[in-house]
Ligand binder design. Sequence first.
Ligand SMILES: [Zn+2]
Ligand SMILES: [Zn+2]
Length: 400
Amino acid sequence: MIITIHRGQNQIGGSIIEVSSDTTRIIFDAGFELDKQDQDAPKIEGLFYGKASYDAVIISHYHGDHIGLCDKILPEIPVYIGEAASRVIHAARSYCNKPDYCFTAYYESDKPLAIGDIVITPYLCDHSAFDAYMFHVACNGKTLLYTGDFRSNGRKNFQVMLRKIPPCDVLITEGTKLSQTETGVINRTEYNLEEDAYQLITDTGGPVFFLMAGTNIDRLVSIYKATCKAARILLMDVYLAAVSSAAGGSIPHPNTFRNIRVFMTKKDVKLHSQLQSYGEAKIGRESIAKISFVMCVRSSMRTYLDKLSSLMSFENGLLIYSMWDGYKDKEDMASFLEFIQKKGIKVVCLHVSGHADAETIDALIQKVQPSAIIPVHTINSKWFDRYQDIRIERSQIYSF
Ligand SMILES: [Zn+2]
Ligand SMILES: [Zn+2]
């Protein structure tokens, strides 16, 4: 087996990882580099240009740094993703009037998928993206595990997943959190966040606004549970309603869950017809002004919130910022938070990481017992040198 890390070593995001045998070539993830939109694809012949020479592209999850180059893959190459992940990303892109990604087929957790002489077994894992996977790969008696992005502090039981994962010769693992100065810090969990959010909501007399990434479905579950416990109504705009409905099943969405109402932030024919589809769950601005709520918001909702503030008092209001701290430095976010504070709303941060902490990576290594580790999605691969009896591979091409 030959592993080629086309991109993703010594950087966070933008991973493109090739696994090849004598007869089969597979790519895992094809993402944007973070903070760069509409990028050109790197010059990988047979994948993005020239005659197609890859047998499949396997996408681990829908974050842009793993999926962003999907529409630049040569159309002859089959692209695989989880089915629920595909529904969520299509709902999100449809709202933004972006074309659908063309997925060829869906893989399923725990079910081996044979492509040529390579067998890939996906394992559903916990991450801040919904329906994310790691992959065990076998070929000619050799094995590897590619983790994608994962964590142990979400709502899925990490130990249950860990028990399923077979040993491997080579581990390609993310190490996002290892790049932070406090590498010894253990992640707080989504359950901690839910409890803290509940406390904050019950301690607040005025309206509560909750700022999160719409596709962070675990976080939506946390705020829904905290909101219900605090006997308030959870308000979602049409975008979040579409994304949560696409996730479906046990994920809180307006079609079947109590205590959820859907609102529209701007006049638009398409959005209006979507809003109508939520029937009894839809709500207008005048009605919102009269109820006790937690409203999921984004930085683009400034004009809407300004209008809402003319109908109701924002006094003793609270905004819970539930995203990575670094986004606060972006211009639109900084100006939105300034606007919120000028309205007299207090801002507090409540976030837990979507990535594995050091203890979690140690547990994975202990379980799969690799003879070599290839760190990716990290800027601190040196952290792995503590494993003196495991080869830490930093070259771009590794054959075993
Ligand atoms: Zn990532
Ligand atoms: Zn991710």
